[in-house]
Each structure stands twice: as structure tokens, then as C-alpha cells.
Design a protein around this ligand. Sequence first.
Ligand code: SF4
Length: 185
Amino acid sequence: MIENFDLLRETCLSCKNCKLWETRTNVVFGVGNPKAKVMFIGEGPGANEDLQGEPFVGRAGQLLDKMLMAVDLSREENVYIANMVKCRPPQNRDPEKEEVEACIGYLRNQVRLIQPKIIVCLGRIAACAVIDPNFKVTKQHGEFFERNGVTLMGTFHPAALLRYPSNKAAAMEDFFALREKLKTI
Ligand code: SF4
């Protein structure tokens, strides 16, 4: 556990703990307010994120930003956004078990330092890792779970919403529920 957020970031930026370092352009550590009450967790960087070194940019990121704005949240002010693996898996494949195991310590360290009240998992891979290995996004999105004093929720990945826009309304309901939940903590 590294106690200083900047030091954690610096350590991560030079990490070579798994083979993904060989193909990355940038390490995508995370973005946002390290004192945020809400943390969003995705699976791993895509091509745009790898190029820019920031999570959730490109079309999916723009959609996420719009949804955040609709509930008075933004990466510039009051949320923190990070991924389970910090380097892009080639061809946007799912991160391998060994890669997640090598990288997850950074995310755990981020969570311990940020101490969010609510963690929102974006997509199946993050929700299965953080909430429940059998998590079904289509059935359980928007449900709140309590664990060790932290509220957890899973919802659709913004890239999946671009592929299946019919789920956008349901995803937005999850964000409205998040806004209501935030009022209670
Ligand atoms: S994915 Fe994580 S563990 Fe692997 S090289 Fe990147 S920062 Fe290190």
C-alpha cells in the first residue's frame, strides 16, 4: 500500500508488472478528484485511452460525460474514474486473469486512498470482479449492494450503450438512482 496518491501514480506510470507494458502507448492511471465520494471503475483502456493516457475518452467517454453531467457529476469536479487494468489489452480483448492479478493492486490502492462512498462498475467485467462473479448487467444493473461500508452498483458500459442504444434509458435510470443515493450519504 502506497500512502501518497502522487507517488502511487508515478509508480504505476513506470510499471512493467505484466506483458501489457510492451504494447501500451500510455499507462492510463485514472482521472478525477481523489477526494470524490463516487468512483467509477471500468475494465481497461481502449485505443483512444491508450493514446491520450486518460480513461473513458472517445465516443464512449463523451457519452459517459453526458450521463454524468445529467446528474450533476463530472470528472473535473466530483468523481474519480479508473480501470481494473491500466494498460490497453491489444485489440481491445478482455484482460487476462494474470494481467488483472498483476494490476489490481493499483486499483485497490486507489480505492483505499480515495475512500469512495459509492463505487459504480461500468460493464460486466468490472461488476463481476468487484460486486459478484455472477453479476448479470442486464438483470442487476442499478441495484445497490453494501460491502464493508461502501455502496456498490453495476451498470452498462458506455461502449455497450453505443452498440445497443436501446439500453440508454435504463442506464440513465441507474444514474438518476445514483444521484438520489448520493443525497443520503
Ligand atoms: S497493466 Fe498494470 S500491471 Fe500490467 S504493466 Fe500496466 S500498470 Fe503494470
